[in-house]
Design a protein around this ligand. Structure first.
Ligand code: 4NP
Length: 158
């Protein structure tokens, strides 16, 4: 199995949204037995909590179910175990890279590297803003998640 971990700061807004969005795309492609998907946060603030209500509702309106996801913190072991460790922004990426030796940090990528449509490199943190921030985050994540699946298909000949 190809293992994909999405990472943001709190694991209640962006990375659970990415986990649920990518899972839906993978299921729609009949590839759920080939790709393992999870998410985590760089910080411990929201361990054990469900996603932010605004993230839950924004995803639900697009048929994406985040209800079973619970916050957890990323560990050095995650970087050993997962094939793709996909950070939402540069701060998340730097934090992840600091957990492991430099050779392992190559698998840490930015989600927006896989986007065809957006020039931005980072998914903006929607936590302190309003609902429109969550819509935009989901638009960006949906686009990049399709690109990520294409990258996996190409690299792993799936
Ligand atoms: P996330 O958003 O990293 O997309 O889950 C945040 C959630 C919580 C906090 C910051 C960002 N916080 O400071 O508690």
């Amino acid at each position: 199995m190809v293992k994909v971990l999405f990472v943001c700061l709190g694991n209640i807004c962006r990375s659970p949204t990415a986990e649920g969005t990518f899972r839906k795309i993978v299921i729609d492609a009949d590839m759920e037995l080939l790709i393992e998907i999870d998410s985590a946060g760089t910080h411990a603030y929201h361990i054990g909590e469900p996603p932010d209500q605004r993230a839950l509702e924004t995803a639900a309106r697009r048929g994406i179910d985040l209800a079973r996801i619970r916050g957890r913190q990323a560990t050095a072991d995650d970087l050993r175990r997962f094939d793709y460790v996909v950070a939402m922004d540069e701060e998340n990426r730097r934090h992840l890279m600091s957990l492991v030796p430099a050779d392992m940090s190559r698998k840490v990528r930015l989600l927006m590297e896989f986007s065809a449509k957006y020039a931005e490199r980072e998914v903006p943190d929607p936590y302190w803003g309003g609902n429109s921030g969550f819509e935009r985050v989901l638009d960006m994540i949906e686009d990049a998640a399709h690109g990520l699946l294409e990258d996996i298909r190409t690299r792993h000949a799936l």
